[in-house]
Design a protein around this ligand. Structure first.
Ligand code: PGA
Length: 218
């Protein structure tokens, strides 16, 4: 019977996800746990370099990240877009401008994620490609803290659009219309090549790929 099949799906699921996926993955775990009450979950949230370390040490069943590691032999599958956008306080003078240039943007004080962050790397890469230096006013290791700092008027930042949770509709932040933005990225589910996934991990992987469809920002 179906109940027996569900009962077979028991054990632990170990997930490690990058910081921006924490706005998405935990929401999906509720329905998953209801469907499979025998599965217990451990969820680690860390930045890009933290995920690389965990992947290298084979600590988890599945990883969610937005830059597939080049130097590790992994299986990867994109499942959702993860656009990086420029965020400003809603009352910022640039809020209503169209097609703001990167050089204009660089006149504003910037809030940057910590070294080891994939978001930081993507932003630095874009500015470096245009030979533009940004004025980093503040470095912060948390997307939430950065949102608060933007709202507090400390500067602008680039974050995943997914950090704007649904209540972001009424928030104090706005997305600026800047040339070359959004930076297009994806989330990938990743695991070491050759790793034998447990029944639990395979069940979650299928669930994730299916459930992700409703979260697309595009
Ligand atoms: P981060 O992850 O927390 O390392 O910035 C986000 C990303 O790589 O897209």
């Amino acid at each position: 019977t179906v109940a027996d099949l569900k009962g077979l799906k028991q054990g632990q699921l170990r997930l490690a996800v990058i910081t921006t996926a924490k706005y998405f993955v935990p929401r999906l775990l509720g329905p998953f746990c209801q469907r499979y009450p025998g599965i217990d979950i451990s969820l680690q949230v860390t930045n890009h370099s933290g995920i690389l370390e965990r992947l290298t040490d084979n600590l988890d069943d599945l990883y969610v990240m937005s830059q597939v590691p080049e130097h590790l032999d992994v299986v990867f599958q994109p499942f959702l877009d993860n656009p990086l956008v420029v965020l400003a306080p809603a009352n910022h003078p640039l809020a209503n401008e169209k097609n703001i240039s990167l050089s204009r943007l660089a006149e504003e004080p910037f809030i940057m994620r910590e070294p080891g962050s994939g978001t930081r790397k993507a932003v630095q890469k874009l500015f470096a490609a245009h030979d533009i230096a940004v004025k980093v006013k503040l470095e912060l290791g948390s997307n939430e803290a950065i949102k608060q700092a933007i709202a507090g008027g400390l500067g602008l930042s680039v974050l995943s659009r997914h950090t704007l949770t649904p209540d972001g509709a009424t928030s104090e932040l706005t997305v600026l219309d800047v040339e070359d933005f959004p930076i297009h990225r994806n989330w990938y589910v990743v695991y070491p090549n050759g790793k034998q996934l447990s029944v639990v991990a395979r069940t979650y992987l299928e669930y994730l790929l299916d459930a992700a469809k409703q979260f697309s920002t595009s």
